[in-house]
Design a protein around this ligand. Structure first.
Ligand code: ACO
Length: 330
C-alpha cells in the first residue's frame, strides 16, 4: 500500500521573448512558411537570449509554479530538472536552479530522457514522494535546445524552440493521488536516429567536432515520425488499460508537441476527438522536455482543467524514450 499520494499544487511556464517566425527562417535556410506549416503545424518558436541558460528558463517557470502553490522555495525538498541542454556538463542544472531560487533544503538532480524527460522526472519525483523520502518537489522541463540546433540545416532547424514548464508536486493522502497509472519505455538500439554525436565522452569537444559540426543535432525525420506515432499510441493504450479508463472518458490528451501530424495521428489512432487533444506547437515548436509542462500550465491557467478531469500525458523522444501518465486533475 502507498504511504502517501501525490498531487499537483502549482504549475508555471516561461518562453523567451524573442520570436523566430517561419518567415524569419525563410531568410536563413531554403524553406518556406507554407512548407513548415503544412509539414509540422509550427508557425513560430521562441529563442533564448545568448546569456540565458536552461536554468534561467527553469527558474522563471518555477517561480510562477511556486506562487500558484503558495510555497516558498526553501520549503522544497526536491528539485528535478529534465533537460538535454544543461547549463554545463556538470554539476547538474537543478543545482543551478537551487542556487538561483535559494531552495536551500532541496536535493537536486537533472534527468536526461530527451523529450520524454518531463514524464520520467514526474514519475521519479512521484515515487520519492509516495515512499516518504520527499514531501514537496519542483519538477521542471527546461530547454535551451537552440544550442544544439544547426541553423544551416533546414531538415531540423524549423522544428525546435526554447522554453520551460514546471509543476509543484506535494504529498497527499493515498486516496487523493492524482496519478492513476503510468508506463515508460526505451529502445537503445535506435540511439542514432536523433542525436548529438559530438561533445560527449565518445567524441570529446575539440576542433574536429567543430569542423565536422557534430556538436549539432541530427535526425532521421521520417523514421522518427513513424516510431513516434507507434510508441505514443502503445504507451497511451497501456496506461489507459492499467487504469481501466477508456479513451472516450479522457477530457484531454496532452501529447509531446513535436509535429501536428504526429499529434493528430496519435489522437486519431486512440479514438480521441481533435478538440480533446491539446496543442500549442504552432506557437513554440518542439521544446523537448518542456512541451508537456508548458501545455499543462497553459491549460491550468486557461481554466481548461477541471477537478476530476482525466488527463493523459504522453511523450516520445530521442533515445528512443517514451512514456505516459494518466492524471485525475485535483
Ligand atoms: N523546408 C523545405 N523543404 C524541406 C525542409 C524544410 N524545412 N525540410 C526538409 N525538406 C525537404 C526534404 O529535403 C525532402 O526533399 P527531397 O524529397 O527532395 O529529399 C522533402 O522536404 C520531404 O522530406 P521528408 O523528410 O520526407 O518530410 P516529412 O514529411 O517527413 O517531414 C519532418 C519532415 C517534419 C522532419 C517529419 O519527418 C517529422 O516531423 N519527423 C519527426 C520529427 C520529430 O518529432 N522529432 C523530434 C522527436 S522528439 C525529441 O527527442 C527531440
Amino acid at each position: 500500500m502507498r504511504r502517501f499520494g501525490v498531487t499537483v499544487t502549482g504549475t508555471g511556464s516561461y518562453t523567451p521573448e524573442r520570436v523566430l517566425t517561419n518567415h524569419d527562417l525563410e531568410k536563413m535556410v531554403d524553406t518556406s512558411d507554407e512548407w513548415i506549416r503544412a509539414r509540422t503545424g509550427i508557425l513560430e518558436r521562441r529563442i533564448a537570449a545568448p546569456e540565458q541558460t536552461s536554468s534561467d528558463l527553469a527558474c522563471r517557470a518555477a517561480e510562477k509554479a511556486l506562487t500558484m502553490a503558495e510555497t516558498k522555495a526553501d520549503d522544497l525538498d526536491l528539485i528535478i530538472v529534465a533537460t538535454l541542454s544543461p547549463d554545463r556538463p556538470f554539476p547538474n542544472t537543478a543545482c543551478f536552479v537551487q542556487r538561483k531560487l535559494q531552495a536551500d533544503q532541496a536535493a537536486c538532480f537533472s534527468l536526461e530522457a530527451a523529450c520524454s524527460g518531463f514524464i520520467y522526472a514526474f514519475q521519479v519525483a512521484g515515487g520519492l514522494i509516495r515512499d516518504g523520502v520527499c514531501r514537496k518537489a519542483l519538477v521542471v522541463g527546461a530547454e535551451k535546445i537552440s544550442m544544439h540546433v544547426d541553423w544551416t540545416d533546414r531538415n531540423t532547424c524549423v522544428l525546435f524552440g526554447d522554453g520551460a514548464g514546471a509543476v509543484i508536486l506535494e504529498a497527499t493522502e493515498p486516496e487523493n493521488d492524482i496519478a492513476l497509472a503510468a508506463e515508460m519505455g526505451s529502445d537503445g538500439t535506435l540511439t542514432d536516429l536523433l542525436t548529438v554525436r559530438g561533445g560527449g565522452s565518445e567524441n570529446p569537444p575539440g576542433p574536429e567536432i567543430l569542423k565536422q559540426r557534430s556538436h549539432y543535432l541530427t535526425m532521421e525525420g521520417r523514421e522518427v515520425f513513424k516510431l513516434a506515432v507507434n510508441a505514443m499510441v502503445n504507451s497511451a493504450s497501456s496506461t489507459l488499460n492499467k487504469a481501466n479508463i477508456s479513451s472516450e472518458q479522457l477530457k484531454w490528451l496532452v501529447p509531446h508537441q513535436a509535429n501536428i501530424r504526429i499529434v493528430q495521428a496519435v489522437g486519431k489512432r486512440l479514438g480521441i476527438a481533435n478538440g480533446n487533444v491539446y496543442m500549442n506547437l504552432h506557437k513554440y515548436g518542439n521544446t523537448s522536455a518542456a512541451t508537456i509542462p508548458i501545455c499543462l500550465d497553459e491549460m491550468n491557467r486557461g481554466e481548461q482543467l477541471q477537478s476530476g478531469d482525466y488527463v493523459l500525458m504522453v511523450s516520445f523522444g530521442a533515445g528512443l524514450t517514451w512514456g505516459s501518465v494518466l492524471l485525475q486533475w485535483p
